[in-house]
Design a protein around this ligand. Structure first.
Ligand code: ADP
Length: 666
C-alpha cells in the first residue's frame, strides 16, 4: 500500500526558505593530513560524482554543492528550525547548527539535493537515514529527525560541540594510555551494539567519532554503514578511508568479501593512531598505504613508546587474516584494559594531558572500567531484532528524496515497525522517572548498590562513627515487592504478582507484559538490546492482535496465582511502575532484580529481604508477612532487625552482597 508522496512545496511563496545562491565559502581542508582524506565511496557513487562534476575541478567534494540553508528551515510538519553556525564538512555533507522553537540546539547534516540525483546515491542516503534512525545507544550520535526542502535534505542529529577525535589528536599529538582505554571502551560498546544488530559501520575513523558536551564519545556518519542479511553473508564493495581500510576490503571479491571484522581492524588503527600520533600505514601516496596494509608493514616507533600490553592488543586487532582478529566481545578481556582507568574524561583533555591519572589505584581503575562498560551498554547482548531495511523504504519517489516512511507523521500509514518506535519513544519520556528505564542506568545502580553495601560493612567493621551521614536515611516506606511468582520458563516465562497487585510475565524472549491492576492499561516492556527497556502502553479493551496470546498467558498465570498461591506481603497502592528485569535462582535463594534498582531475595527458609535506595535500605519480610524496613547501616551495626528476628541476618546480608557484586561485574 504505497503512499504517494508530494514534493515539498515552497513555503510562503518561497519567502521563508529563500536563500542566496552562494555556496558557503568554506576553506577546503589540506588533503595531505591523514585524518582528512575523504572516505572512498562505493563505485556507483563515485561514478555519479564524476558525472555531476564533469566540468568542475577534479577533486571537488560533493559537499561543495551544499548551499547554506536559509536562516529558517520549515519542515513539512510546520516545525521551524533556525539555522546557526557552520559546524563542519564531510565528503558528502555540510553540517550546521539548528535551533528549534524551545531553544534546543542540534546539528543538521545537510546534503544538497543536487548531489543526490542519481538513484544509487539516493538509495545510499536513504539507507544511511534508515540505519541511523533505528539506532539508539549512549555512544552513537542520536538521530533526531530528517526532513527536506527544495534544495537540501537535512538529517537532524544530537549536537556534538566538542568536535571529533581528529581535532583532539591534532591538538594533543598523542594521548595517554588511560585516556585511550576509556575511549576504546566507549567505542567498543557502540560497535558491539551495531554488530549485534548486524550493522557494519565500515567507516570507523577518528573523524567520525565525536564528543558530546560531557566528553563521552559518539560514533556518527553512517554513510557507508551496511546491514548484513545474515551473519555469514559477505560484503564486496570497496569502501572506507584509505588509512583505515582493512586488507580483506582491498582484496575485493577475489578475497571472499568482508564482514564485521573490518570494524575491528579500524578500532586497531584508531587505537594505534591515538597512542602513537599517526595511523600505522600512513603515507602521502594512497597506493603505498594499500601496499603497506596488505603486507602488514608497520612498526612501533621507539621515540613514541607505548606499553607491551597495548602493542599486543594492536597486533591482534591488526591481524591480516580477519578470522584471527579478536571478536568485539574478546577485546575487553585483554590485559591492557587492566591498567589505569579514569572514571571520566574532562574537557581539559581537549587541550592538554590531564593530571593525576597515575594516582588511580588498581581497585578504583577496575571499578571505573566496569562502570564505563556498563554505561556503554556492555552486557550480554540479546541477539535479535537486526535492523531491516524494507525494500519500499528505498523506493524512490519523483521529486522528493525522502519517502514518507522516513519522515515523521506519515509513518503510521506504512510501517508498523517505525510506528512502534515513535510511539515507544514518547512513552519512554513519559515513564523515564518511574522506570530508571535503561539497562545502562540499572547497571550503574547495581554497581552503586554494591559499593554502598561494601562501604557500610567497612564502616561497621572498623567501628567508624564519623562521615556516615551519606548512609543515614530517615524518611522511608516499604518498597514494591514481588508477592507471588510462578516459574514456567520451560514453556512461556516467569510470572509474578507485585504487592500493588500488578501482574507481569517476563516472557522467555525477555519482553514483559505488565497488567496494571484497577486500570484499563497494560504495558509492554521490551528489552531493546543495549538501548534498555522501552515501554509501550496499550488499552485493555482495544489492543493490537499480536498481544492476544500473551494476554491470555498473563490471565492464565493471574488465575493460577490467585487460586493457588498465598501472598508474601499485604496489598499496597501502586507508588511507581515496577517490573522484574531478571531473576537468578540458586540453591539458597531466588533473586529478583527490579527495574527501580531494587533487589529482592527470597531465601529457602521463607524469609525475604529487599535491598532498596541503592543499598541504603533493607526490608525484611518474615514468613508470617511482617514487613519492616530500616537503614542497612543500622541493621549491620545491630546484627539483626529490631522487632522481628531474622535468622543468620549478617550471613544473609553477606550472601546478598556477593550476589549483587556478581551482577555489578557482569
Ligand atoms: P559526510 O557523510 O559528508 O562524511 P559527516 O557525517 O562526517 O558527513 O559530517 C560532516 C562534518 O559535520 C563532520 O566532520 C563534523 O565536523 C560535522 N558534524 C557531523 N555530525 C555532527 C554532530 N552531530 N555535531 C557536530 N558536528 C557534526
Amino acid at each position: 500500500m504505497s503512499v504517494r508522496t508530494q514534493p515539498l512545496q515552497p513555503l510562503n511563496n518561497g519567502q521563508i526558505n529563500a536563500r542566496s545562491n552562494n555556496i558557503t565559502p568554506i576553506k577546503l581542508k589540506k588533503s595531505k593530513d591523514f585524518y582528512e582524506v575523504p572516505s572512498i565511496q562505493p563505485p556507483q557513487a563515485v561514478q555519479q560524482q564524476q558525472q555531476n562534476l564533469q566540468k568542475k575541478k577534479k577533486k571537488e567534494k560533493l559537499s561543495a554543492l551544499c548551499k547554506t540553508p536559509p536562516s529558517v528551515v520549515r519542515t513539512r510538519n510546520g516545525r521551524d528550525y533556525k539555522r546557526g553556525l557552520f559546524l563542519g564538512e564531510g565528503g558528502f555533507a555540510r553540517c550546521f547548527q539548528m535551533k528549534d522553537s524551545s531553544g534546543q540546539i542540534y546539528a543538521a547534516k545537510t546534503v544538497a539535493k543536487a548531489s543526490i540525483k542519481n538513484e544509487k546515491t539516493k538509495t545510499k542516503l536513504l539507507s544511511e537515514i534508515k540505519i541511523h534512525k533505528s539506532l539508539n545507544h549512549p555512544n552513537i550520535v542520536n538521530f533526531i529527525d530528517c526532513f527536506e526542502d527544495d534544495i537540501n535534505v537535512y538529517i537532524l542529529l544530537e549536537i556534538c560541540p566538542n568536535q571529533s577525535l581528529v581535532e583532539l589528536l591534532k591538538t594533543r599529538k598523542r594521548l595517554t594510555e588511560p585516556e585511550v582505554r576509556f575511549f576504546m571502551v566507549q567505542i567498543i560498546g557502540a560497535v558491539k551494539y551495531l554488530h549485534s544488530r548486524r550493522v557494519i559501520h565500515r567507516d570507523l575513523k577518528l573523524g567520525n567519532i565525536f564528543f558530546d558536551p560531557q566528553m563521552n564519545l559518539k560514533i556518527g556518519d553512517f554513510g557507508l554503514a551496511s546491514i548484513l542479511p545474515s551473519n555469514d553473508s559477505r560484503k564486496y564493495t570497496i569502501c572506507g578511508t584509505p588509512n583505515y581500510i582493512a586488507p580483506e576490503v582491498l582484496g575485493g571479491k577475489n578475497n571472499g568479501g568482508h564482514s564485521f571484522e573490518v570494524d575491528i581492524w579500524a578500532i586497531g588503527i584508531m587505537m594505534y593512531a591515538l597512542l602513537v600520533g599517526k595511523p600505522p600505514f600512513q603515507s602521502k601516496d594512497v597506493q603505498i598505504i594499500y601496499e603497506r596494509i596488505k603486507k602488514s608493514d608497520y612498526d612501533f616507533p621507539i621515540d613514541k613508546p607505548i606499553s607491551e600490553d597495548a602493542k599486543h592488543l594492536i597486533r591482534d586487532l591488526l591481524e591480516t587474516n580477519p578470522i584471527k582478529r579478536p571478536s568485539i566481545n574478546e577485546i575487553l578481556n585483554y590485559n591492557w584494559f587492566k591498567g589505569t582507568f579514569p572514571d571520566k574524561i574532562n574537557e581539559v583533555s581537549l587541550t592538554k594531558q590531564p593530571e593525576g591519572l597515575d594516582l588511580l589505584s588498581k581497585g578504583q581503575s577496575a571499578i571505573n572500567f566496569n562502570l564505563i562498560k556498563a554505561n556503554s551498554g556492555i552486557y550480554t547482548p540479546k541477539a535479535k531484532n537486526p535492523v531491516e531495511i524494507l525494500k519500499t523504504d528505498l523506493q524512490s519517489e519523483s521529486r522528493t528524496v525522502l519517502p514518507k516512511s522516513l519522515s515523521p507523521n506519515d509513518t503510521k500509514l506504512k510501517y508498523k515497525e517505525v510506528d512502534a518506535n515513535v510511539y515507544s519513544t514518547k512513552k519512554k519520556i513519559q515513564f523515564n522517572s518511574n522506570f530508571q528505564n535503561s539497562i545502562v542506568n540499572l547497571n550503574s545502580t547495581t554497581m552503586k548498590t554494591y559499593t554502598n553495601i561494601r562501604k557500610m560493612e567497612s564502616i561497621v567493621m572498623n567501628g567508624l562513627h564519623d562521615n556516615t551521614r551519606e548512609f543515614e536515611i530517615t524518611n522511608y516506606e516499604n518498597p514494591t515487592l514481588i508477592s507471588k511468582w510462578v516459574d514456567y520458563s520451560n514453556k512461556y516465562g516467569f510470572s509474578y504478582q507485585l504487592n500493588n497487585d500488578d501482574i507481569g510475565v517476563l516472557f522467555n524472549d525477555n519482553n514483559t507484559l505488565l497488567k496494571l491492576t484497577n486500570d484499563d492499561q497494560f504495558l509492554e516492556l521490551l528489552l531493546m538490546e543495549d538501548e534498555g527497556w522501552t515501554c509501550i502502553e496499550n488499552n485493555i479493551s482495544n489492543y493490537p492482535n499480536k498481544y492476544k496470546r500473551q494476554l491470555e498467558i498473563v490471565d492464565f498465570f493471574a488465575k493460577y496465582m490467585n487460586s493457588n498461591l498465598s501472598k508474601v506481603s499485604d496489598l499496597q497502592q501502586r507508588k511507581e511502575i515496577v517490573f522484574l528485569r531478571r531473576y537468578t535462582r540458586t540453591s539458597e535463594f531466588i533473586m529478583f532484580e527490579m527495574t527501580n534498582g531494587n533487589f529482592q531475595f527470597n531465601f529457602k527458609d521463607h524469609h525475604k529481604i529487599v535491598i532498596s535506595n541503592n543499598g541504603l535500605l533493607i526490608t525484611h519480610i518474615s514468613p508470617n508477612r511482617i514487613t519492616q524496613t530500616h537503614p542497612l547501616l543500622h541493621i549491620l551495626r545491630h546484627g539483626d532487625f529490631p522487632s522481628v528476628h531474622l535468622p543468620d541476618c549478617l550471613d544473609k546480608i553477606s550472601i546478598i552482597k556477593e550476589a549483587i557484586q556478581e551482577k555489578a561485574y557482569m
